[in-house]
Design a binder for this molecule. Structure first.
Ligand code: PHE
Length: 364
């Protein structure tokens, strides 16, 4: 490696030779300083105040020169200093560019790799069933209404003609919002136990004729098992006009069931009770699996119970200022999961809520 010699001969020719030797070393070393680390070493070796090559040149050449030669030495030393500064600046640029280059190299994107695939989602089987149901009723001229899941006792029970001590109002069956003891009973909030409160909210807003369906989530204080879930979905229906009869109720539900399960399906209406309908019925369909002969899904009976329904009780009209002397109507409600279980042959309602991909992927 180049070291600064002491000069004996200060003649211009000897000075030129010494300067040329130094410059050759400077150029060679600057080319070798190709990355940031070797550049730092290179710059220190040549430029450091204390003992850098240029400082040594100052001491060994300029300061040591006899007075008559000082001018010749000074000129050459200055020229060397300028070259050195220029070469250091140049080397610094090159080292920085090299560093950036190697960084980019290590970060290069491999455009030949396959992209990240987003799996396409599909509608949940319960919502798919609900959509199908909605479309059946929309084709019959029904529109869709929605209501809140957190309901008041008034809409969920009182305006639907539930007597004050009806067992459904008990915390055994209904999930109430906590700390409402100081409120009047009708104002107490609860998770709606059925979609029927949307009947009331709809009649409060619309003048008849009314034809709405109300899909939505409902809650009951039930322990989960193969046929019960504390959260499930219902589809409610309400039709009010002058001269609506029980025949209209039968025709509408018979048509809806045939649309869903095929035209061979029969419907059966048996007397039942709901506080908000009079008369009330349970609606069954002939078993679509065995055609009515009896099988496991219909428990050998040939029939499957699917809906609650009835003619709107005149007392309910009283709560919404509809005149029961001029108007009549029918209402119905059904469990969506139950229909989905029949449609997709699912034997455990819990499967709809586990979120298990092995189950859900079967609907893709
Ligand atoms: N709301 C009733 C239930 O949840 C179903 C129903 C709706 C019955 C409308 C009659 C009329 O069981």
């Amino acid at each position: 490696m180049y070291t600064v010699p002491k000069l004996e001969d200060f003649s211009p020719a000897a000075l030129d030779a010494a300067a040329a030797e130094l410059l050759a070393a400077l150029v060679a070393e600057s080319h070798a300083a190709a990355d940031p680390r070797s550049f730092e070493e290179f710059r220190n070796r040549w430029m450091a105040r204390k003992n850098g090559v240029l400082t040594q040149v100052n001491d060994l050449w300029l300061k040591a020169a006899p007075s008559p030669a000082k001018r010749d030495v000074g000129q050459r030393v200055n020229a060397l200093k300028q070259r050195a500064e220029a070469l250091v600046a140049e080397a610094e640029q090159l080292a920085a560019t090299a560093a950036l280059g190697s960084k980019l190299k290590s970060e290069t994107i491999d455009i030949s790799l396959p992209g990240i695939e987003r799996p396409l989602g599909v509608r949940h089987p319960v919502l798919r069933t609900l959509d199908e149901l909605i479309s059946v009723f929309v084709k019959m001229g029904y529109s869709v209404a929605e209501g809140p899941e957190v309901e008041s006792d008034y809409y969920n029970f009182e305006a639907l003609n539930f007597p004050p001590n009806h067992p459904a109002r008990d915390t055994q069956d209904t999930l109430f919002i906590a700390n409402q003891e100081q409120r009047a009973q009708r104002d107490r909030l609860l998770l709606r136990t059925h979609t029927s409160p949307v009947q009331i909210r709809t009649m409060e807003k619309l003048v008849p004729p009314v034809r709405v369906i109300c899909p939505g989530k409902v809650h009951r204080n039930d322990a989960p098992d193969a046929t019960h879930s504390p959260v499930f979905h219902q589809l409610e229906g309400l039709c009010v006009d002058t001269n609506i009869t029980f025949g209209d109720l039968k025709g509408t539900l018979d048509h809806a069931m045939k649309s869903l399960f095929g035209s061979a399906v029969k419907t059966s209406f048996r007397p039942s009770f709901f506080p908000f309908t009079e008369p009330s019925v349970e609606v069954s369909i002939s078993c679509p699996f065995c055609g009515g002969k009896g099988c496991r899904p219909c428990k050998q009976s040939g029939w499957i119970e699917l809906l609650g329904a009835g003619m709107v009780d005149p007392n309910v009209f009283g709560f919404v200022d509809y005149d029961p002397k001029k108007l009549s109507g029918f209402a119905f409600g059904m469990g969506v999961e139950r229909l989905a279980m029949m449609t997709y042959n699912v034997d455990d309602i819990q499967q709809f809520f586990y979120g298990d991909m092995r189950f859900l992927e079967q609907f893709a």
